[in-house]
Design a protein around this ligand. Structure first.
Ligand code: IVH
Length: 517
């Protein structure tokens, strides 16, 4: 009798938990996807707290689509590999940045389909080429059950717990085929990238080079609660294994996914023939900087699935799609100065201090000149106007000097014979490219760099020691040798500018913890 009563109560609790999950998911969708909140924050929090409490009490009833997963499941110790049911292939990249790129692609498609000039133009779906990471997200009976990275195309990494934290992605889809794999790109919006890097800087952690690297780092994080705080985004652009056909054209598939609550980018058009492809390429280039995320080109896809099938694949790439990129962004600026940076091993690197310019989504004010040989080959003087580029949108580089714009007072830069930081002899070995400071750890610059290397994630993983702090530790003479890090005291830390008791405690705890590494 009482067992029966228990099971009736269990059933009721289970039902309540499902109901809460559904309800909260609905509000999430309204808030994050439709930008149209449907309840007050207080009410939302109370529903959420009720679910959290029930899940703590009845973990056996927790649903796979529970919104509590959005804040991150338990951390893992290592990545798990998963074989893709259907490989995630890459697409051919049109290397010709000009209009010709679109005409070449259309020409290949028409030839392959044996179309004559009298046949009507081919219908294409034009999309953005998101600069992030491809993922395959598997839904079974409408519930998100697995997410994997592309990996080598055949085998990827399980990132399910991390992908569940993406707030714009549905954890449960109503009236969805039994099996449906949605494919798309995980990216970080530029604003979020900026915020994360500011946070990294404040915590003395390494900065991410660009949103793509940051997205990769967040997606492959072993601790989903960290990912949850990083606000990744997802945009759907395709499918993998499916148990049912839901569309006959690619554009219809994306419309369908959008109607099911998946984020699909709005910048997307149908184009007929190469001229319209090219128009899209040009139009997107104009709005590129205004988009909330980075793209590295556009993608054209033959819209009809029947035509896609008859076109097929060649060397692991579909013949029906192509990426049309943009040339690397180049701008002009002035070299205001050239200074020397001393690295961990004592290497002297000349760095051009540039008049800040905006290129490829960020402001750049420095560019490495690598070494004396590079400096000579480039023939750059202080005062010169130069062309800078962010190649592959990563490290800024000087492409060339515009000699015609050289002012009369332009000055040569001569590599110093002595280290500008410690005054030791800077020596270049026969046959070597690099000039090195011979000061060792006596050189404050080398000492600072050694500390940063020592505390980095890849080494001892001591959190909270960034460049500014390392410089202070060396300037004060507290760290002359790496081992001195373990002699630092709370009093010393607290006496530093802008260092509170709590930060000092955290630092000491982190130093203490590293002893176990
Ligand atoms: S379609 C079989 N569409 O670009 C074709 N890919 O080299 C599957 N990408 O790894 C890809 N935006 O990560 C497609 N709108 C888009 C895309 C896109 C970005 C990435 C994707 C893929 C790579 C293709």
């Amino acid at each position: 009798m009482s067992a029966k009563k228990d099971s009736a109560k269990d059933l009721e609790i289970q039902k309540r938990m499902e109901q809460l999950a559904d309800e909260i998911n609905k509000h999430n969708q309204a808030y994050y996807v439709d930008n149209n909140p449907t309840i007050s924050d207080e009410l939302y929090d109370s529903l959420f707290q009720e679910l959290v409490r029930l899940e703590q009490q009845y973990p056996q009833f927790k649903t796979l689509f529970s919104p509590t997963e959005r804040v991150g499941a338990a951390a893992r110790t290592e990545a798990v590999k998963v074989k893709h049911k259907i490989p995630l292939l890459s697409i051919h990249t049109e290397t010709d940045y000009t209009a010709q790129g679109a005409y070449d692609f259309d020409g290949r498609v028409r030839r392959e389909l044996e179309l004559t000039p009298q046949d009507p133009p081919v219908e294409y779906d034009c999309e953005l080429k998101f600069d992030g990471l491809a993922v395959n997200i598997r839904y079974e009976k409408g519930i998100l059950v697995q997410a994997t990275t592309r990996g080598d195309g055949y085998e990827g990494e399980d990132v399910t717990a991390n992908v569940r934290t993406i707030k714009t992605l549905p954890l449960k889809v109503e009236n969805f085929p039994d099996i449906f794999e949605v494919r798309g790109e995980v990216i970080l919006h530029k604003s979020e990238f900026k915020r994360i890097n500011e946070e990294q800087k404040a915590e003395g952690q390494k900065l991410f080079a660009n949103p793509r690297n940051a997205a990769a780092g967040c997606l492959r994080q072993l601790d989903p609660s960290v990912t949850a705080r990083r606000n990744l985004s997802f945009y759907a652009y395709g499918y993998g294994e499916v148990s049912e056909t839901v569309a006959n054209k690619h554009s219809e598939l994306l419309d369908y996914l959008k109607s099911k609550g998946f984020p699909v980018a709005d910048t997307r058009v149908l184009a007929y023939g190469p001229e319209e492809l090219q128009n899209f390429h040009v139009r997107v280039e104009k709005i590129r900087d205004d988009l909330p995320f980075d793209i590295d080109g556009v993608v054209y896809k033959v819209n009809s699935f029947a035509l896609q099938r008859s076109l097929g694949f060649v060397s692991r790439e579909p013949r029906w799609a192509c990426a049309h990129k943009y040339p690397p962004q180049e701008v002009q600026t002035v070299v205001q100065d050239i200074t020397i940076q001393v690295g961990r091993t004592g290497k002297l690197t000349p760095v051009a201090r540039l008049k800040p310019v905006f290129v490829g989504g960020t402001t750049i004010s420095n560019a490495s000149l690598h070494n004396e040989e590079f400096l000579q080959n480039m023939g750059v003087k202080i005062g010169d106007t130069v062309v800078v580029r962010r190649a592959g949108d990563v490290i800024p580089e000087i492409v060339r000097v515009i000699k015609e714009l050289r002012p009369d007072n332009a000055r040569d830069f001569v590599m110093p014979e002595f280290c500008p930081v410690c005054g030791s002899h800077a020596y270049k070995e026969e046959g070597e490219k690099d000039r090195k400071c011979t000061g060792g750890l006596f050189c404050q610059a080398q000492c600072v760099q050694s500390i940063l290397h020592f505390v980095s994630r890849k080494a001892m993983g001591i959190d909270g020691i960034g460049e500014k702090l390392a410089e202070q530790l060396v300037e004060k003479g507290w760290v002359k040798n790496i081992s001195d890090i373990y002699r630092l005291t709370k009093e010393q830390f607290v006496s530093l500018e802008r260092m509170g008791e709590k930060s000092a405690d955290n630092l000491l705890a982190s130093i203490e913890k590293s002893k176990r590494t």
